[in-house]
Design a protein around this ligand. Structure first.
Ligand SMILES: Cc1ncc(COP(=O)(O)O)c(C=O)c1O
Length: 431
């Protein structure tokens, strides 16, 4: 199909004499990111504060800010022309950047606005039938819980939630995997978990669970296969793994947390042989999807990216700056990011373990923890502890769960000195 004829059919063809705005932005990567101080210098974070809650909502590094500014300027100058000139190429570019980061095929990556959107689309679009069983846990976020409830109600399926550990700091991988897999029933069709629990900091052994499910599936027909879905947001941007390493079927994450990407962006990844299990909820605006509807592209099977990236117009200045966020991580190196985040987190946990009035909930082992560190201060609620820390200019967060712990989450924008200051502030928090 000719682009011009597609645009005429959508009523958007430009006048003959129109001058198209300059092509899409390419960020200069002339800044060296080989020291953590240089990495930090890329952010406009207030240097008078210690920022320990980037996992909640991130600040953007310079290349992301520059890309957003550029796209916003171009949209403000001539929105329709800028969109027309770039829409067909920009979204596939973003999928490609995400796919490169997770070592997957770009056709497997749908663009979303958040983890919540990805999970909502995944679970409510999941093909279940009456009597099918969904197995989940008691440690998941509101976004998973509610999406599963809507899915169960829609399909007359059941949900069972198992508790994998009573106390995260004492849990073992074997115990958790054993508890989860033992709860799988013949009618279980969907297992839904969270990679890193934002309520406790626990990191689940996703690959071991995937292998256990694969082994159960080897004795089932394709029709009875269990699908394994993961809310991956708090491992994404921390751990040095690929989708193949994780071994799940679907993976949802936003990119406005540990990836430091534009606010209102995220991905939903689907393994090719699982695509058929999900039906779309929001029509995609991809070139192939819309073109087929217009009758200008022969009807055919759409890939996951083209079918499951929800359409409607978006805050494109943000969405189209996602590539720069992935590039930023790749320029530093995924392993370096993982090692640094674990190093600072371990330092914090070791320090907190020695404070009498602190109860650390997150496992110390990096096998079972990622970048989130959860704790309680004796005699204080999590909100009170976080408020008290903020008077010392330390920005943490209280986990938004019915039972809430305080969280400090050092990342690659922090340093050892800041971690020491957090430990010192917590030593004196009751004074
Ligand atoms: C485990 C988990 N899943 C999902 C979400 C929702 O994230 P989003 O803002 O990307 O929808 C959060 C929020 O922090 C979370 O902690």
């Amino acid at each position: 199909m000719q682009r011009r004829s597609f645009l005429r059919r959508t009523g958007l063809a430009l006048g003959a004499g129109a001058v198209l705005p300059s092509l899409s932005f390419t960020s200069p990567s002339n800044v060296s990111l080989d020291s953590w101080a240089n990495v930090r210098s890329q952010f406009l974070l207030d240097p008078k504060r210690i920022h320990m809650a980037q996992m909640f909502l991130a600040s953007h590094p310079k290349p992301v800010r520059d890309a957003i500014d550029h796209h916003r300027k171009m949209f403000d100058e001539s929105p329709v022309e800028y969109w027309e000139h770039n829409w067909k190429t920009m979204e596939p570019e973003m999928c490609k950047a995400a796919a490169n980061y997770i070592q997957a095929d770009p056709t497997e990556v749908a663009l979303t606005d958040s983890t919540t959107m990805g999970l909502g689309l995944l679970y409510t679009g999941f093909q279940l039938k009456e009597g099918d069983d969904i197995l989940s846990t008691t440690h998941d976020h509101y976004a998973t819980d509610k999406s599963l409830e809507y899915a169960a109600a829609k399909n007359k399926a059941t949900i069972r939630r198992v508790t994998l550990y009573k106390e995260a700091s004492n849990a073992t991988a074997d115990e958790m995997v054993g508890t989860l897999t033992k709860a799988i029933q013949p009618n279980t069709k969907l297992v839904a978990v969270t990679w890193v629990h934002s309520v406790s900091g626990m990191k689940l052994p996703i690959r071991t669970i995937a292998d256990a499910i694969k082994s159960i599936n080897s004795n089932r027909s394709d029709q009875d296969r269990i699908y394994f879905c993961v809310d991956g947001v708090h491992g994404f941007g921390v751990e040095d793994v690929t989708m193949a390493d994780l071994g799940c079927d679907f993976f949802a994450a936003s990119t406005h947390k540990w990836i430091f990407g534009p606010r209102g962006t995220g991905i939903l990844w689907g393994r090719k042989d699982a695509w058929n299990k999900v039906v779309p909820t929001i029509p995609a605006f991809s070139y192939p999807a819309y073109g087929m509807w217009l009758g200008m592209i022969p009807q055919g099977k759409l890939n996951f990216c083209d079918l499951h990236s929800p359409g409607g117009f978006h805050s494109f200045e943000n969405r189209w700056a996602l590539k720069e966020a992935f590039d930023f991580h790749m320029q530093i190196g995924k392993k370096k990011v993982a090692d640094r985040t674990h190093q600072l987190g371990s330092m914090l946990k070791e320090g907190l373990r020695g404070v009498n009035h602190i109860k650390l909930h997150t496992p110390v082992s990096t096998e079972l923890s990622s970048g989130i560190n959860c704790f309680e201060v004796e005699g204080m609620t999590s909100e009170e502890a976080i408020k008290k820390l903020s008077t010392k200019k330390i920005i943490g967060s209280a986990a938004p769960y019915p039972i809430s712990y305080a969280r400090l989450t050092p990342s690659i924008i922090n340093n050892e000195e800041e971690v020491k200051m957090c430990i010192a502030a917590l030593e004196k928090i009751k004074e």
